[in-house]
Design a protein. Structure first.
Length: 75
């Protein structure tokens, strides 16, 4: 009977270690997923910012060209 208790106790230890390992694995996967989501958001913001800056630069250049044409500086 004593050996049965030892075996059951060892099995319980294995289950606890397995549960801790599964929990750590889930936490690790969640951390990786959150990191990927964050990187995606940062890339989206960077692309949006670059597009906005390009649009502002084009608008500014267009305004400068229009002013130059009105003032007769080109042509």
């Amino acid at each position: 009977m004593a050996s049965s208790c030892v075996v059951n106790r060892d099995i319980a230890k294995i289950r606890v270690v397995s549960m801790e390992t599964d929990h750590e694995l889930r936490l690790s996967r969640k951390a990786i997923a959150f990191g990927a989501w964050t990187a995606g958001c940062l890339l989206a913001v960077a692309a949006w910012t670059a597009r906005c800056l390009l649009a502002v630069a084009a608008w500014t250049a267009g305004c400068q060209l229009a002013v130059a044409l009105v003032q007769g500086g080109i042509g």
